[in-house]
Write a protein that binds this ligand. Structure first.
Ligand SMILES: Nc1nc2c(ncn2[C@@H]2O[C@H](COP(=O)(O)OP(=O)(O)OP(=O)(O)O)[C@@H](O)[C@H]2O)c(=O)[nH]1
Ligand SMILES: [Mg+2]
Length: 421
């Protein structure tokens, strides 16, 4: 079965909490703080892998969760949660299923993306020592996990583009070699958007794109060609179909050169792609005419094969030749190579809104600060208050009219506003 879409849930690991601990020794009354940090939660990392061709596995297993970091114990640091690596086919686009916003296009083999970053481990009380606070009696909780429901979409990247003049028989050919069923008609410009088909070859598959017909001036935007030449640019190899039927009175060699000139004018990179020249519709043409044309086309230094999609003549030979072409074609680099791993952004913006019940402080960063605070611990709360002060949140609340005792909501927590702590 061929899948090109899956909805998958990903969750990273939470950070482990830091420890509150003091150095203890016989006869030493007050040892210094030694509480260590919690371990970091595991990341969820997506990796594009050319050996994966479909999203089928995700239908069977639509949930991934990385382990949490361990809590620190005394002066012993918590162990980090191991990250998990999720392989996806090259060309997978990751979309936030809730907002429909695309997050990343994993379009190159080996490309890595940290989709859910593991929560940072909380600091132990040792971290909070300074010249004034010499015996901090609090530690930080681990940072929360990141969670996302993502829609994975596999944009098929074609290995081979079938190009040629309108009516050359491109759509007919793809319907013979794949399950694609594009519209076919005896007039030009039948195909308006590229059709993709998966061609099976022994245990392997490759993807072929049937392109709209190209005409003179396509490289400068004439006809439909231009926008789809971009698509050809992503293909590793080209099959150039040349019609040879008595119904078409134009010169096949001149037609061939016309299309090749357009390819070259559009981009030298496309022009340099490996090529197969295919003479189509030979069931309609006398053998000697085909042989003569074959000889003429051979001088362009690409392999030439004559076929008929009507009688299936040489179709299996063509599939063999296409498979070879794909195997030997160099990889196409479509975008600059990305840094080894990059990750989903982390929003530091915050704002305060006034509600009937009081004030709402919104923003990932502030929410995280609260979630990482041990709210059972007065000293920890005082420290959090200081941080909120430094970030300007207290000032903003004051300016909006907050008074002693008013309710302030941050994430799932409710506080009473107080100016000083
Ligand atoms: N006799 C014969 N007719 C063919 C063959 N291949 C295609 N045709 C006919 O040629 C006409 C055009 O075929 P299409 O496959 O639509 O051509 P196309 O290259 O996709 O055309 P555009 O999409 O307009 O660029 C149709 O009438 C087909 O039936 C063939 O091998 N033999
Ligand atoms: Mg067509």
């Amino acid at each position: 079965m061929f899948m090109d879409e899956a909805v998958v849930e990903f969750r990273s690991g939470k950070g482990g909490s830091g420890a509150v601990a003091f150095y203890r020794e016989k006869f030493v009354a007050h040892g210094g703080p030694i509480g260590s940090d919690g371990g970091k939660g595991g990341d969820v990392v997506l990796v594009a892998d050319r050996n994966k061709r479909t999203l089928y596995d995700f239908k069977l297993n639509p949930k991934f969760e990385a382990p949490s970091g361990e809590h620190a114990v005394g002066n012993k640091k918590g162990r980090d949660g191991k990250g998990i690596i999720v392989k996806v086919p090259v060309g997978t686009v990751v979309i936030d299923a809730e907002t429909d916003v695309p997050i990343v296009d994993l379009n190159q083999d080996g490309m890595k993306f940290i989709l859910c970053k593991g929560g940072k481990g909380g600091f132990g009380n040792l971290h909070y020592t300074n010249s004034i606070r010499q015996a901090p009696n609090f530690a930080q909780k681990g940072a929360p996990a990141q969670h996302i429901v993502a829609k994975l979409e596999l944009k098929l990247l074609a290995d081979i583009a079938i190009v040629g003049l309108p009516n050359a028989g491109k759509s007919t050919l793809i319907s013979r070699i794949s399950a694609a069923r594009p519209k076919i008609a005896d007039y030009p410009f039948t195909t308006l958007v590229p059709n993709l088909g998966v061609v099976k070859h022994h245990d392997d598959t490759f993807v072929v794109a049937d392109m709209p017909g190209l005409i003179k001036g396509a490289s400068e935007g004439v006809g439909l060609g231009h926008q789809f030449l971009k698509h050809v640019e992503r293909c590793r190899a080209i099959v150039h179909l040349v019609e040879c039927s008595p119904l078409d009175e134009s010169d096949p060699v001149a037609n061939y050169e016309l299309i090749e000139t357009e390819l070259k004018n559009y981009s030298q990179a496309i022009y340099d792609r490996p090529r197969l020249i295919v003479i189509s519709k030979i069931d309609m043409t006398a053998k000697d005419v085909v042989e003569k044309l074959k000889k003429k086309l051979a001088k362009f230094n690409h392999p030439v094969l004559e076929i008929s999609s009507a009688t299936d003549h040489n179709i299996s030979k063509l599939i063999d030749a296409m498979a070879d072409l794909v195997k030997n074609a160099p990889e196409v680099i479509t975008t600059p190579v990305a840094s080894p791993a990059f990750e989903r952004g982390y929003d530091t913006h915050w704002e305060v809104e006034e509600t009937e019940e009081g004030y709402n402080v919104l923003g990932d960063r502030i929410q995280r600060l609260v979630e990482m605070t041990d709210l059972e611990n007065k000293e920890a709360i005082r420290y959090m208050h200081k941080r909120l002060e430094r970030l300007g949140v207290i000032k903003q609340l004051r300016e909006m009219g907050a008074e002693e005792g008013d309710s302030v909501f941050i994430g799932d927590f409710e506080f009473s506003f107080t100016d000083e702590m």
